[in-house]
Design a protein around this ligand. Structure first.
Ligand code: UFG
Length: 335
């Protein structure tokens, strides 16, 4: 189903965004506002930043506060929810699984309960390619086996399961967007990646360029053409736009579904090093380290479903734009 945006400037659609002060959430809020939606952000600021949210839009609430969420949904008259709020660090989830299940699964259950109480029937969910674990082949299609290999990925699988039952029993329709490697930054440089601690490749390569402190490349002995891992890097604005298309799909009566969000193109870690060197005009100082536990050699999305069913086309499918925008942001907020 191809969709047209149906935003009415006199009566804008009202959307609640959880985790809207974080990296992907804030980019989505920015695009929603630019496209005429009326947005309320819920974030407890445990990971996100107040400075990412436009004035007057932030409610500092934790997802465990079901009654507060229900009241907020009623008061604001929200028609749908985009749900980002979650912990995202795979390594940390291997050390403290209880925190991941409590926050990611418990928080989502509380949110769904609040939606039921307030009569809100549509949700776009921030899922992950980690639900596939180590796939038997790539590109990865949405119908591949679900088999998370860490508590972070498992917590997202569990929420996808909750959503299936909430649709079946309570008729809450949902779209699960399974992200590949979110990267880049708002082209105008207002927003970007600010994880604490940062674990993602592109910001770490840029930091190495800025500080001269070498970044460690995790393994060069994989069964890939240059021995380093291959990933599908997707510009955060293209990812944000996928959420808006998913929202419109649900608000137009589309049934619950799951979509990969990736470009379908894979790039190795060494290719990323070269891309950063080209954009910055400087050498990336790096050392070679051992493999990071749990890294699959290759994760690339089959992205046809999102393109054909929701009419999604990435605007920044080239690495150059992704790295350029991330570099602009990194220079602004130098370490
Ligand atoms: N890498 C390095 N050195 C670093 C950091 C990363 O070599 O300092 C490598 C990793 O080993 C990997 C690639 O760069 O091969 C990308 O690593 P990221 O940490 O940037 O991203 P991941 O592919 O590990 O993780 C992303 C999301 C996760 C999600 C996963 C799904 O960040 O939330 O994709 O597969 F679970």
């Amino acid at each position: 189903m191809l969709l047209q945006s149906v935003v009415d400037p006199v009566n804008p659609r009202k959307i609640l965004v959880t985790g809207g002060a974080g990296y992907i959430g804030a980019h989505t809020v920015r695009l929603l506002l630019q496209q005429g939606y009326d947005v309320t952000v819920v974030d407890d600021l445990s990971k996100g930043y107040r400075h990412n949210v436009p004035d007057g839009r932030l409610c500092q609430v934790n997802l465990s506060q079901t009654a507060t969420l229900a009241e907020l949904l009623r008061q604001t008259g929200c028609q749908a929810v985009v749900h980002f709020a979650a912990f995202i660090a795979v390594g940390e989830s291997m050390r403290e699984p209880e925190r991941y299940f409590a926050n990611n699964v418990g928080g989502s259950l509380s949110l769904l309960t609040a939606m039921l109480q307030a009569g809100v029937r549509h949700l776009v969910f921030s899922s992950t390619a980690a639900v596939y674990g180590t796939p038997h082949e790539t590109p990865i299609r949405e119908d591949f086996p679900i088999h998370a290999v860490n508590p972070y990925g498992e917590s997202k699988v569990m929420v996808e399961t909750l959503l299936r039952w909430f649709d079946e029993i309570h008729h809450i329709s949902s779209v699960c967007l399974r992200y590949f490697n979110a990267s880049g930054a708002d082209p105008e440089g207002h927003l970007g990646e600010e994880h604490q601690p940062e674990t993602h490749l592109i910001p770490l390569l840029l930091r190495a360029v800025l500080t001269g402190q070498p970044v460690t490349l995790f393994g060069t002995d994989y069964d890939t053409p240059d021995g380093t891992c291959i990933r599908d890097y997707i510009h955060v604005d293209d990812l944000a736009q996928a959420h808006i298309l998913a929202l419109e799909y649900l608000l137009s009566g589309g049934p619950s579904d799951q979509f990969n969000v990736g470009t379908g193109a894979g790039h190795s870690v060494l290719e990323m090093v070269r891309a950063v060197e080209e954009v910055t005009g400087r050498k990336v100082p790096y050392t070679i380290g051992p493999r990071r536990q749990g890294d699959p050699p290759e994760l690339v999305a089959a992205s046809e479903k999102l393109r054909t069913r929701l009419g999604w086309t990435p605007r920044y499918a080239d690495l150059q734009s992704i790295v350029e925008h991330a570099w602009r942001f990194a220079c602004k907020s130098r370490p």
